[in-house]
Design a protein around this ligand. Structure first.
Ligand code: PAF
Length: 293
């Protein structure tokens, strides 16, 4: 696996791949998996999916300061570069783009992005400026890498919706793929932040997924949105360690909360629902979601 740290070097190295030399040597499609490192099986599943959809797979590792609204979260973000490189090599990734902050943000960034409705719910209201930072870095990485396909995890459902909106609105010629959440055996959604959990926190962390399953069960029993939401929330409230920020039942496309008094039987059958949760265990903030047809 090639490792490149500089933007110009990456562009030079990709140029020969991306134009058709002869009929026998057509251009190669590029699949891109942007990450912040501390890789786990969830990231590797994105690399594997990228390999099925593209000829050349690029992963980037860059802990993007612009998307952290909490400096503690940024400074404590786990880093495991050597292990990450080994995992990427084993997964068959072709190139790792590994820029540092000076390379990415040579000049201080003065541009901001707003995403209207998509940014005004859930993560948007709890992490001010977060999605602007995500939008800037992803747009920048898309400009540098110029992939045909890009792969993101469903765990960050709202992030995916925002990036899809940005790609549509700014006409990036990139097909996005939202890949399923990878879970530990006990249901906990894989996340780089999980490695910061202590033993006790790790033991109760799977209750997050349980709260989503419970909410889904209540919806399937034709309860109102409010009752289903309350049962998910009360499941988490049983454990004083959780400081829950939200558990929302939303339209999976627009991410807008469904009317709390709505009787689920009356919901348009075509609407896909998502149950999304964000909660803190100590200083560690975890998110998860499930989709319901
Ligand atoms: O999902 C992530 O790891 C990050 O938000 C991303 C998309 C790599 C942007 O920094």
């Amino acid at each position: 696996m090639k490792i490149i740290e500089k933007i110009d070097e990456l562009r030079l190295s990709l140029a020969p791949l991306t134009y058709q030399k002869t009929e026998k040597q057509p251009y190669k499609t590029i699949g891109f998996v942007p990450t912040m490192g501390a890789l786990h099986e969830g990231h590797i599943s994105l690399i594997e999916e990228a390999k099925t959809k593209s000829d050349f797979v690029i992963c980037s590792i860059f802990v993007n300061p612009l998307q952290f609204n909490n400096t503690g979260d940024f400074t404590n973000y786990p880093i495991s570069l050597e292990k990450d490189i080994k995992m990427l090599e084993k997964a068959g990734c072709d190139l790792l783009f590994l820029p540092n902050s000076d390379t990415m943000y040579q000049n201080s960034v003065r541009t901001k992005m707003i995403f209207e409705e998509l940014d005004s719910v859930m993560e948007g209201t709890h992490r001010e400026g977060h999605f602007s930072g995500v939008g800037i870095v992803v747009a920048k990485l898309f400009n540098i890498v110029q992939p045909n396909h890009a792969f993101f995890g469903q765990k960050d459902l709202q992030q995916f919706a925002i990036i899809q909106q940005m790609v549509n609105d700014l006409s990036f010629p990139i097909q996005l793929h939202c890949c399923p959440i990878k879970r530990e055996e006990d249901g906990l959604a894989m996340s780089s932040r999980n490695r910061r959990l202590d033993e006790d926190q790790r033991t109760i962390a799977p209750k997050i997924y349980e709260s989503l399953i419970l909410t889904k069960k209540m919806l399937k029993k034709d309860q109102t949105i409010k009752k289903a939401q309350q049962s998910g929330l009360s499941h988490l409230q049983k454990y004083k360690e959780f400081k829950t920020e939200y558990l929302e039942i939303v339209d999976a496309t627009t991410l807008q909360p469904l009317d709390s008094e709505l009787d689920i039987k009356k919901l348009d059958k075509k609407i896909k629902i998502a149950v999304c949760v964000a909660t803190k265990l100590g200083e560690i903030r975890l998110i998860d979601n499930i989709l319901i047809d």
